[in-house]
Ligand binder design. Structure first.
Ligand SMILES: [Zn+2]
Length: 112
């Protein structure tokens, strides 16, 4: 968790609320485990408990749009950067065919 907060800053990647008081940091998988996402740092962002729970298995692209619809300011650039580093990590380590497809489709969506 410390590594992720150092990398991304000490606020929820989805709603932007700083982690303090009642807003607790949780580790969230961009590619959900049920979609083949690995438990690697490259697949993890820091999210508050509420966003982690509310997102469920929604894709990062859909959830970013939902956050914006709610008037929040999600850190789109951190999501894209993390997906890009996951794409590179999968390419280097091999395997994870399902996660790779998921990342590719999300990056296409987020870059369009
Ligand atoms: Zn949040």
């Amino acid at each position: 968790m410390e590594i992720i907060l150092d990398r991304d800053g000490s606020a929820c990647v989805w709603c932007g609320r700083p982690f303090e008081g009642l807003v607790a940091a949780t580790t969230e998988h961009l590619v959900p485990r049920v979609k083949g996402g690995p438990s690697w740092l490259e697949n993890e962002v820091a999210a508050c408990r509420r966003c982690n729970r509310d997102r469920g298995h929604t894709t990062p692209g859909e959830w970013l749009e939902e956050c914006e619809r709610r008037g929040w300011r999600p850190e789109r650039s951190i999501v894209v950067r993390t997906l890009e580093s996951l794409e590179a990590a999968i390419a280097a380590r091999g395997g994870l065919r399902r996660a790779r497809r998921y990342v590719d489709s999300q990056l296409r969506r987020l870059r369009s």
